[in-house]
Design a protein around this ligand. Structure first.
Ligand SMILES: [Zn+2]
Length: 482
């Protein structure tokens, strides 16, 4: 087989986290009884007038700034005309043109496995509205739910010709983009609920060829995994088609998650003509520099620069930093703990073990837990200073979760302090050796692994409070002298 180079363009739709719809005051909440979140405006009834949602515009501009775009200081809405039952007005309000969308000509940086970053161009970031949803009922009939019609939708399109060249990069792009949207608070990023949707287009060409191949578009990808698998599948499918001497057709294909293969939805013979024209009901959006600069200043620290800071300042590796970054809440907790003066490495270890397990099991978000950053910091200090063993740490943790007492107080009240006193430990060890002369004999006879048994007995004798490292040393000495 010859060598083929894939080119992947990414089209991402993000439902904006506003309270109300794009041009009316209906709620954008997910679900609900069909057609209960509608009004004459989002149903497109005659005589109604749309009023743009200021919060939605602001979210798109902030996203465009975070994606290093140029902002269109004067931007208009267009009507994209087509007929489909999920589109009550007969047109979708969108933004057309190269330099009219709220943001254009930007880029996103994605971390690469060699520790560097790859820059992927962003062609446009624009604002439009979502459509309704066709529902195929068990009775065999079809219904339409307009609850989603008119929900503000942001479209983010990667640059053409595409910078993305394989399935993993496609996934990484989406991971990074979703992360940015979460940090900006502009989208909840729930791919399974459809509030974040990704439609990659894929083409392959022979290595060395200048011209890009015919592309297909992939739909129904509702997880990172399906994006990666889908793009990978489509790349090999197209290469196999070309290898047979056949032509790749310009198709829209769906993704079958169970079979892990793509299937034909429809063939695109010609580009649709949407007869775009400026929406006469909506006046142009005009911004001034002060407004844009104000929004630029309001941007939070973005995930990639945060992860680079964690690596540099806290000594975490990339994988460890991303454990925090996937959840803004989790990384906020971590940073607060570090700020309180804890050791960044120990705090990380403490958080990802007992604490993460506890949150996972109970389903409580970190901010609602009785365990605060101060608890974690104090616990790591007690362990580091040798006041408690890691086994005792677990008990302290359980008590801490239960009633929110501080670790030092729990230790004090239980009287359970780690025994690091040499003479005290020595007397426990001597006692254990006296009660197990057979084990000592075995050790002398060369069965050194019996030492583990003795350590266990000593820890039990001390109710788990003996300093484990000291026990190892002192026991070794005692056995040599026995
Ligand atoms: Zn409405």
């Amino acid at each position: 087989m010859q060598s083929y180079i894939p080119s992947i363009g990414m089209e991402v739709h993000a439902e904006l986290a506003t309270r109300s719809k794009m041009f009316c005051r209906c709620s954008v909440a997910f679900g609900g009884q069909p057609n209960t979140r509608t009004c004459p405006i989002c149903l497109g009834l005659p005589g109604t007038l749309p009023v743009p949602n200021r919060a939605a515009v602001e979210m798109v501009v902030r996203t465009a700034l975070a994606l290093n775009c140029t902002i269109a200081m004067r931007s208009i809405f267009h009507r994209k005309n087509y007929f489909y039952p999920d589109l009550p007005k007969g047109y979708q309000v969108s933004q057309y043109g190269d330099t009219n969308p709220l943001g254009y000509g930007g880029y996103i940086e994605i971390p690469t496995s060699d520790g560097g970053v790859k820059r992927v161009g962003i062609r446009r970031v624009h604002l439009e509205e979502d459509t309704g949803k066709l529902m195929h009922l068990p009775t065999g009939e079809s219904g339409i739910d307009y609850n989603r019609a008119g929900v503000p939708l942001m479209e983010i399109v990667s640059e053409f010709p595409p910078d993305i060249q394989n399935a993993e990069e496609a996934k990484d792009y989406l991971v990074q983009l979703r992360q940015i949207l979460l940090y900006l608070g502009v989208c909840d990023g729930k791919m399974e609920e459809g509030s974040l949707r990704c439609e990659p287009n894929i083409s392959v060409r022979l290595k060395g060829a200048e011209k890009l191949g015919t592309k297909t578009e992939l739909k129904n990808l509702n997880s990172f995994k399906s994006v990666q698998l889908g793009v990978g599948y489509e790349t090999s499918r197209q290469a196999a088609v070309l290898e047979k001497g056949e032509k790749v057709l310009q198709e829209t294909r769906g993704w079958n998650e169970q079979k892990e293969e793509s299937y034909l939805m429809r063939i695109k013979e010609t580009e649709n003509d949407y007869r775009y024209f400026p929406d006469p009901d909506l006046i142009p959006m005009v911004f001034d520099d002060a407004y844009i600069e104000g929004l630029r200043k309001s941007l939070p620290e973005l995930p990639l620069s945060k992860s680079q800071r964690y690596e540099k300042d806290y000594g975490l590796d990339r994988k460890e930093s991303w454990e925090f970054l996937v959840d803004p809440e989790w990384s906020r907790f971590y940073e607060e703990a570090v700020k309180l003066g804890g050791d960044p490495r120990l705090i990380r270890n403490e958080m990802v073990s007992e604490f993460a397990k506890h949150l996972n099991e109970t389903g409580i978000p970190a901010r609602e837990s009785r365990v605060t950053p101060a608890h974690i910091v104090e616990l790591t200090k007690l362990k580091k200073e040798g006041q408690i063993t890691s086994k005792m740490g677990k008990d302290v943790f359980v008590a801490m979760v239960k009633d929110g007492r501080m670790p030092a107080q729990i230790v004090k009240e239980s009287g359970a302090v780690q025994i690091s006193d040499e003479s005290q430990l020595t007397s426990i060890i001597e006692e254990v050796l006296k009660t197990h002369p057979d084990a000592v004999a075995k050790y002398k006879g060369g069965q050194v692994n019996v030492k583990g048994f003795l350590v266990g007995q000593i820890m039990r004798q001390s109710k788990g409070q003996a300093n484990p490292e000291m026990v190892q040393d002192l026991l070794q000495k005692a056995l040599e002298q026995a």
